[in-house]
Write a protein that binds this ligand. Sequence first.
Ligand code: AMP
Length: 299
Amino acid sequence: MSVLVVGSTALDSIKTPRRAHPRLLGGSASHAAVAASFFAPVKLVGIVGGDFPKRYIELFRRHGIDLDGLQIAAGRTFHWSGEYEVNMNHRRTLATELGVFERFLPVLPPTHRRTPYVLLANIAPALQHHVLDQMRRPRFVIADTMDLWLNTALEELLRLLARVDALVLNDSEARQLAGEDNLINAARRLHRLGPRYVIVKKGEHGSILSSRQGLFLCPAYPLAKVADPTGAGDSFVGGLVGYLASRGGAVDRHLRQAMLYGSVVASFGCEGFGLTRTTRLRRADLDERLAKLRQLAAC
Ligand code: AMP
């Protein structure tokens, strides 16, 4: 079954203490769509400007990603730049130039409205609502978010939580949104706002799923060298929903394995700048690393 991914489609300029790469393919939807494409057919909904390189369009096509919902507008593509410290867990946003993103209204082609799996990747909650308003009875909706929206669009975000099956957010966002320091209690509070599944990401320390089945601790694949962690969270949730769509059936049956696959795709993503490593992967690479991850966590 297929996955609809809506979010940002960007050009990212990324600096680390070792290197700088300007105008790489980035954005929450780009990372998530490519990650999901290893498992299931993907429909991408986003907006780019006239300056968006053709090679990136071709890259999406090579991954079999349906681009009928990608708007190409007059103006410049959303450009984000960020700089990492020696400790890669610390990142500073240097610039956010919205460009055509400023007037983005995600209008879904009629063929997209019945897509069974929906990933609302990180964008303004108002736009995430707009996508859901157009969907016809999706089977599973998962939303990602970021601290910006907790600080600037809290009311819309809270309304969104009542409309989604699953919420993914990082640990500091979970604490802030729930107003609770303990992550387990924070997840419980977030359930009360709507989502049946709450997934809290903890970067290199993996993630925690909270659901009616209890808790699941998903490890991150340990990496000795991280080139660029940009988009790791987006790749995680993209891989996760792609795997769920590939299995169909009850979410509870497949969600743990889906998180492990998400973790594996994200780990590969961190080994290269932007999407450079991920786009060279084959499904067999993912399966091989998944087996290693399972071994590492077994006792
Ligand atoms: P992450 O590393 O998971 O925080 O995701 C990084 C990606 O988010 C980059 O590729 C950026 O292009 C994208 N991004 C940064 N700021 C925003 C924003 N305000 N809205 C949507 N996407 C953003």
